[in-house]
Ligand binder design. Structure first.
Ligand SMILES: Cc1cc2nc3c(=O)[nH]c(=O)nc-3n(C[C@H](O)[C@H](O)[C@H](O)COP(=O)(O)OP(=O)(O)OC[C@H]3O[C@@H](n4cnc5c(N)ncnc54)[C@H](O)[C@@H]3O)c2cc1C
Length: 212
């Protein structure tokens, strides 16, 4: 898959060797992350809101109350969406060289609101099925008033960068003999056992969660 064009905004200045503009790599990180942060300026002040996102082709989406700041406030405004996966703690021989292994993405763009009701429903189906495949079809169908109350924004993934660290500590040469443990403490994410709703009226099987 193609490489994204580097812009003034996405030019990585610090730690360039960790940067990537590979579209597929960026998509893989977006698809694995379940939480993202929408950053924008509201009335002259920075405002960063955590949310969940999904991807459909070359666009990233998020949703919320149709009048919420994250949706109505971000529509047609410059936005920076950030997401990160923490893969490990990097324990060096000096405090200065401690670090983290990670994969992160930043996307710049101007989101647009989806107005077509059928497209809104299609996107919500993609969102639900991303966390539990085929769940949409098992659910009570979406009502028109629920669709109206839900705002969905989409943003093209054209101006974006990824940054990755996957390496042991990088200490100063003279420190490698320092008598302390050094290395990486990898972080593994696992789902716990499903907790059925106390009001469930049947013996239904729990959905499989996405890869953590
Ligand atoms: C979990 C986590 C913990 C981190 N902890 C630290 C820390 O403690 N100290 C520290 O200095 N850095 C840390 N980083 C790295 C940090 O995100 C920045 O990359 C780094 O600080 C350089 O910042 P800068 O302002 O010089 O970026 P610049 O290089 O000036 O940024 C220019 C452009 O590069 C791209 N870019 C920069 N950083 C990232 C990124 N992380 N992901 C995707 N694109 C990026 C963006 O397009 C950005 O607009 C951490 C990253 C993660 C994911």
């Amino acid at each position: 898959m193609s490489e994204l064009e580097i812009t003034e905004q996405t030019q990585i200045k610090r730690g360039r060797k960790r940067g990537s503009y590979n579209r597929q790599l960026i998509y893989n990180i977006i698809d694995e992350a379940l939480v993202s942060y929408i950053g924008m300026v509201v009335k002259g002040r920075p405002f960063v809101m955590p949310t969940s996102h999904w991807r459909d082709g070359d666009k990233i989406y998020w949703h919320g109350g149709s009048k919420s700041r994250m949706v109505a406030g971000a529509e047609n405004q410059p936005v920076c969406l950030t997401l990160a996966l923490l893969d490990g703690l990097v324990m060096a021989r000096s405090a200065f060289h401690h670090s983290v292994n990670y994969r992160s993405v930043m996307i710049f763009g101007t989101p647009e609101k989806i107005v077509d009701e059928a497209e809104k429903a299609r996107q919500l189906e993609i969102f639900i099925d991303r966390v539990a495949p085929n769940r949409w079809k098992e659910l009570r169908p979406m009502q028109s008033k629920e669709l109206t109350a839900t705002g969905i924004l989409s943003m093209p993934i054209n101006e974006a960068s990824a940054k990755l660290r996957a390496a042991p500590p990088a200490d100063d040469e003279q420190d490698y003999n320092w008598p302390v443990w050094a290395g990486v403490l990898p972080l593994k994410r696992i789902w716990g056992e499903a907790e059925p709703c106390p009001r469930m009226t049947g013996d239904w099987e729990a959905p499989n969660p996405p890869a953590p």
